[in-house]
Write a protein that binds this ligand. Sequence first.
Ligand SMILES: NC(=O)c1ccc[n+]([C@@H]2O[C@H](COP(=O)([O-])OP(=O)(O)OC[C@H]3O[C@@H](n4cnc5c(N)ncnc54)[C@H](OP(=O)(O)O)[C@@H]3O)[C@@H](O)[C@H]2O)c1
Length: 213
Amino acid sequence: MSKHVLITGATKGIGRACAERFAREGWTVTAVARTQADLLAMKKAFSGQQVTTITADLGTDAGIASIPVHPYDAIVLNAAIFAPGHLLGEEDIYGRLWRVNVWANHQLARRLLPAVRQQPSGHLVVIGSRGTDFQPPHLTAYVATKYALRGLYLGWESELLNSNVKTTLVAPGATLTSSWNNEEPPADILAPETVAEAVWTSVRSGITGRVVV
Ligand SMILES: NC(=O)c1ccc[n+]([C@@H]2O[C@H](COP(=O)([O-])OP(=O)(O)OC[C@H]3O[C@@H](n4cnc5c(N)ncnc54)[C@H](OP(=O)(O)O)[C@@H]3O)[C@@H](O)[C@H]2O)c1
């Protein structure tokens, strides 16, 4: 039986590149996103490969409850909202970002890890950000949620240290995805496939801890 990975935010950017990387290795992929049309298009593009799609808004209780509990071999907690915003900006975006970037991942870990712990081995990969190594200007709310996620990750890492579940925090630098649609990308921007390769290598080789890309 093929191995099975759940990827949140799998239709675009880094999540999509991860889905392609795992599928190429013969893994079954369960792909989560909000936009059903994107998920249908993805299923078509992955024809011949094992892909299950789940339409869910992970910022809601109903969305979290709709994610199937299963003894996944790997879980990639990737979905997040990226939005620039100053502390004293006109729109207060913090609550919206907190709900998806932090609360949803906390809920998913609580929901999904017990079944993974029942099997011989599993791997939890969390997508963080290089932004927690410095404080980029004008990203106050976004980077604060990534610091919070890093804090959650550190707790999960120590709680799961002597268990069957490996943990990795993959921290990408700027990566060329739709997150950059309204921003000028830096010259050294990463390809999503480069980040996906780091995720895949972590799972394949059992690399744990923080991996900076
Ligand atoms: N791009 C960068 O420069 C960069 C740098 C460092 C870290 N990261 C991190 O890398 C991860 C992926 O970023 P990305 O740039 O690849 O993002 P992206 O291209 O914007 O894709 C985000 C994915 O998440 C899904 N999504 C968004 N909100 C959701 C929700 N409420 N419920 C379910 N799915 C949701 C989107 O689909 P729908 O819109 O259809 O839901 C999409 O599939 C994030 O954790 C981000 O913080 C990115």
